[in-house]
Design a protein around this ligand. Structure first.
Ligand code: ME8
Length: 521
């Protein structure tokens, strides 16, 4: 990783940019939350982070949706891009820039990238005839399509309807990059998880056709330099957003030098091909460094069912947050689903995580220890006496967990990181119960104080570590532990909780979820 001016290592991460042709749903929320958690983790771990997200506003899908609604594509984009930004705010997404592909600087960046690829001899004019899915904004080869009983042709992979398209088009010499791409997957992995990489490598090995990269039958897009009757294929412009976000084409600019290449593009599995085949090929053509990692997460389903407007089971992130609380939703999504696999959302699953993991395990541990301290230690962090073997074991477990947690974050295995932290919580609950500080209160007050100090110290470490996932709840927990703002980064983990620290009145941080009366019967 490159180091910034102040010596801190840099970390540049991005989400996919969403199509604002409809309202944001829980699938978008999932991706943005996961990426946000990684951004927050890296900041707390001493990195100079840049986090980009936004909306992908061009293309035929946007144009068609706007026509149906009787508004201009720009009006549609304005309205829905605002809705996406609002959801990001509700979800606490700590992005540094929300890019819109209709932003002025993005036009310049896309045209500059096009020109670099053209100068490299990778762009030529021809005509395209073939199948196009407006829903997927993707071209499909004949072998990737199927004719159904209704007489229409569909994508085998995504099931979306296809239209026959014939038009003058510029092409990108994708076929020239086959070997380089295969070498990339072999050498660096590049695309994760591995199952996705194997699929993509298989696709590339089976032979790459040159890619149609401009359209002439509609005009909602970025004009091709020198040929304004062509607009760029929306994916060319969309992928370029990752460069625009750093000031491209100013490659000598501070931001670009500092943060490019990206450390990770977080995307969903349905757009792995665009990010791991087209994108690295474009970058190689333009002579730019490649991102270090593309991570394709799985899809989120509603109780195992695909969410769709027609089924009426699309989940609105606002409703979810209003019902369960933001940190609860963030925790649930990352703890419940193995990142990279598909996952399912259900009311029962989220309630069970809230009540078991949060209220019972972490909430009770904090509440039990803090209320004993409030009653028996004058509301101050007690002084510890000599540490027993049991004390040392649980303290070591807490302090040593940062290593595996950091590794899990570097692998984007958020569920593993949380699993490791909750193992410490479970061990500490067992420790607390076994030590019986409520008995020691009468028999050996010094020993009681040592047990309470030890428990507070473990809770402090856990609170520090869960900040990226549950920023507000962790902050409240650190407040009731009397931790100053400047001791909340991971570098503070080895600095033990200071005896004598004044503690505010303890207040429960993780309430149980109670079923509303109406739902009980
Ligand atoms: O694909 N579960 O935009 P998009 C999990 N504009 N993730 C989901 C999901 C679900 N049910 N549904 C969608 C696009 N996603 C392009 C991206 S990037 C240069 C251009 C994910 O609005 C999806 O996989 O259709 C993608 O990563 C993101 O949401 C935006 O999807």
């Amino acid at each position: 990783t490159a180091a910034g001016a102040d010596g801190r290592p840099t970390f540049y991460l991005t989400t996919a940019i969403s199509y604002p042709n409809g309202a944001p749903h829980i699938g978008h929320a999932y991706e943005h939350i996961a990426t946000d958690v990684l951004a927050r983790f890296k900041r707390l771990d001493g990195f100079d982070v840049r986090f980009l997200t936004g909306t992908d506003e061009h293309g035929q899908k946007m144009q068609q949706t706007a026509e149906k609604e009787g508004i201009t594509p720009q009006e549609l984009a304005d309205r829905n891009s605002a809705a996406f930004q609002e959801v990001d705010d509700v979800l606490g997404i700590s992005y540094d820039r929300f890019i819109r592909t209709t932003d002025e600087d993005h036009l310049a960046a896309s045209q500059a990238l096009w020109q670099r690829m053209e100068e490299n001899g990778d762009i030529y004019l021809d005509s395209y005839s073939g199948w196009y899915s407006v829903r997927d904004e993707a071209f499909y080869g004949e072998d990737e399509t199927e004719l159904r009983d209704d007489g229409l042709r569909y994508s085998k992979e995504t099931g979306t309807e296809l239209t026959w398209t014939e038009e003058a088009s510029y092409f990108f010499r994708l076929s020239a990059y086959q070997d380089k791409l295969l070498a990339l997957y072999d050498r660096e992995g590049f695309l994760f998880p591995e199952t996705r990489r194997n699929e993509i490598a298989e696709f590339v090995r089976s032979g790459l056709r040159d890619l149609s990269i401009s359209r002439t039958t509609f005009d909602w897009g970025i004009p091709v330099p020198g040929s304004p009757e062509h607009v760029m294929y929306v994916w060319v412009d969309a992928l370029t957003n990752y460069l625009t976000g750093l000031g491209y084409p100013d490659v000598d600019g501070e931001m670009f030098r500092k943060y490019w290449p990206a450390d990770v593009h977080v995307i969903g599995k349905d757009i792995a091909r665009f990010h791991s085949v087209y994108w690295p090929a474009f970058l190689m053509s333009a002579g730019l460094e490649l991102p270090k990692m593309v991570f394709a997460h799985g899809f989120l389903y509603n109780q195992g069912e695909k969410m769709s407007k027609s089924v009426g089971n699309v989940i609105d992130p606002h409703a979810l947050v209003a019902e369960y609380g933001l940190d609860q939703v963030r925790f649930f999504l990352l703890r419940e689903v193995s990142f990279g696999q598909d996952g399912s959302y259900s009311h029962d699953a989220i309630v069970s995580r809230i009540n078991a993991d949060l209220a019972n395990d972490l909430g009770n541990l904090a509440q039990r220890s803090l209320s004993m301290v409030a009653k028996n230690c004058e509301g101050q962090v007690p002084a510890m006496g000599e540490l027993s073997e049991a004390d040392r074991a649980i303290l070591d477990a807490a302090h040593d967990v940062l290593g595996p947690v950091r590794q899990a974050f570097d692998d984007l295995q958020f569920h593993r990181a949380l699993e490791a932290i909750w193992k410490v919580v479970a061990d500490c609950n067992r420790y607390f119960t076994a030590q019986e500080p409520w008995v020691l209160r009468k028999t050996d007050p010094e020993r009681m104080r040592t047990v309470l100090w030890t428990t507070l110290e473990v809770v402090r470490v856990v609170a520090l570590l869960v900040q990226p996932v549950m920023p507000a709840s962790a902050a409240r927990l650190l407040d009731v532990l009397g931790q100053p703002e400047d001791r909340r980064e991971f570098s503070a983990i080895p600095q033990r909780i200071v005896p004598g620290t004044e503690l505010p009145k303890p207040a429960p941080v993780f309430p149980r979820y109670e079923e509303p009366e109406a739902l009980k019967n």
